[in-house]
Design a protein around this ligand. Structure first.
Ligand SMILES: Cc1ncc(COP(=O)(O)O)c(C=O)c1O
Length: 408
């Protein structure tokens, strides 16, 4: 495997990568076409178990559907986690189709339309409002259909979290209500007869530093406690965000989730429980639960040498797995871990550049990677593909067919 530092432990049997207990060649035959995404069901389950153990029994675990909204994945997770978070009416429908009760679903994200707000109120989903204007439209939506909305306030914190792949709190933001403006909004909601259930603070995503996450947890708890003094009714819901990252690149070290979870459990016991007794405390995670459980599998369709450089041209590309091409918000392009799926453990006897089938130099999946020799027909595997893969990629670009997805 090139980029082995970051690769999760998928088993290998007879030189083949094994996903969900099925050797890769057999899995490809079962799926019937390449490229495809495969998600290992047990790997997801194990990850949830590990997070739950790290958080202790007091803290609820919510899955952010945006990370991987494949209905089978969401169904599986619905049976493992305590709640689901959605970011659109499409995701809301996927979540409502699972056994997860509507009362355990929240809806966060900027730009919720009147239609989405109305559907969320009708469903009994908790709406995490991102602005005063959205709060007004939510209340109006409830009045139109005669159903009281369920409301929490998404707060844009008055601090920033360093080291996040994507910073989504602190400074000016399209996300959440600025912390200093929350008391006024709470006053308006109370006057409108709406009981606010609590707060959601999400500072950022893809953080691998336990120290930084622990500091963010402490500051988030401070912020929630100060805001709780402005609610006329007891706070019942505290969503502390998450931002737990996964290693994508060779030099990334995995997050010490036990350190982060243990700190949080202590904070809840010492700070939140005495002041907000009975409030549900939630950690909301997407990629940490599913990212490492997924692979993107694509077949070599051409091998060519151009002026001394060996190219492996595959039938997939950035239109399915944009992040691996380095075009999903990365500042510097680095290789995702990649392997020849049927030559696991074989010596890396060739340096090759793996490119997708799109007519753009951006479609680069592995730049000068050391791999066992791969020929036309071989399957290449890109790891860390379980989150923000297919649905975060420009699938319509160049009109290739949609890839398959399998939960195995
Ligand atoms: C509100 C909210 N919750 C959760 C997530 C999920 O982040 P991650 O997949 O990194 O855990 C995001 C990511 O954008 C988010 O905006």
């Amino acid at each position: 495997v090139s980029g082995a530092g970051a690769v999760p432990a998928f088993p290998v049997a007879g030189g083949q990568l094994v996903v969900g207990g099925v050797p890769l060649d057999r899995l490809a035959a079962r799926v019937g076409s390449t490229p495809f995404f495969a998600y290992d069901r047990d790997a997801i389950t194990r990850r949830v178990d590990r997070v739950r153990a790290a958080l202790g029994g007091r803290i609820a675990l919510k899955y952010a559907v945006k990370a991987n909204p494949m209905p089978a994945v969401v169904q599986h997770l619905a049976g493992l986690v305590d709640a689901l978070d959605v970011a659109s009416s499409g995701e809301m429908q996927t979540a409502l189709d699972t056994p997860m009760p509507a009362a355990r679903i929240s809806f966060a994200g900027p730009g919720k339309t009147d239609d989405e707000l109305t559907r969320a109120v009708a469903a009994g989903v908790l709406v995490e409002v991102e602005s005063a204007g959205e709060a007004r439209r939510l209340v109006a939506a409830g009045e139109r259909i005669g159903i009281g909305p369920r409301v929490a306030v998404r707060v844009n914190p008055d601090f920033q979290v360093k080291g996040s792949g994507m910073r989504m709190g602190g400074g000016p933001q399209q996300f959440g209500v600025d912390a200093e403006a929350v008391p006024e909004l709470l006053g308006w909601l109370a006057a409108a007869g709406v009981e606010v259930e609590g707060f959601h603070v999400f500072a950022g995503s893809q953080n691998l530093s336990a120290d930084i996450l622990r500091e963010a947890e402490t500051r988030t708890v401070d912020l929630v406690l100060s805001l709780a003094r402005h609610t006329p009714t007891p706070v019942r819901y505290v969503n502390l965000g998450g931002g737990f990252g996964i290693p994508y690149f060779e030099k990334d070290s995995p997050l010490d989730v036990e350190a982060v979870g243990g700190h949080l459990a202590g904070l809840v016991a010492e700070r939140l429980d005495p002041e907000l007794p009975g409030a549900e405390v939630v950690v909301e995670l997407g990629r940490y639960l599913v990212g490492e459980a997924g692979v993107y599998v694509t077949r070599v369709v051409d091998r060519k040498v151009s002026r001394g450089r060996t190219y492996l041209v595959v039938d997939g590309g950035m239109h399915h797995q944009l992040a691996a091409s380095g075009n999903f918000g990365q500042v510097i392009r680095r290789n995702y871990p990649i392997a020849v799926g049927s030559r696991m453990g074989a010596p890396a006897d060739e340096r090759a550049t793996v490119v997708g089938c799109l007519c753009t130099p951006l479609d680069l999946l592995g730049d000068d990677v050391d791999l066992p020799r791969a020929d036309v027909g071989d399957l290449l595997v890109l790891f860390q593909a379980g989150a923000y893969g297919l649905t975060a990629s420009p699938t319509a670009f160049l009109g290739h067919p949609q890839p398959a997805e399998a939960l195995v």
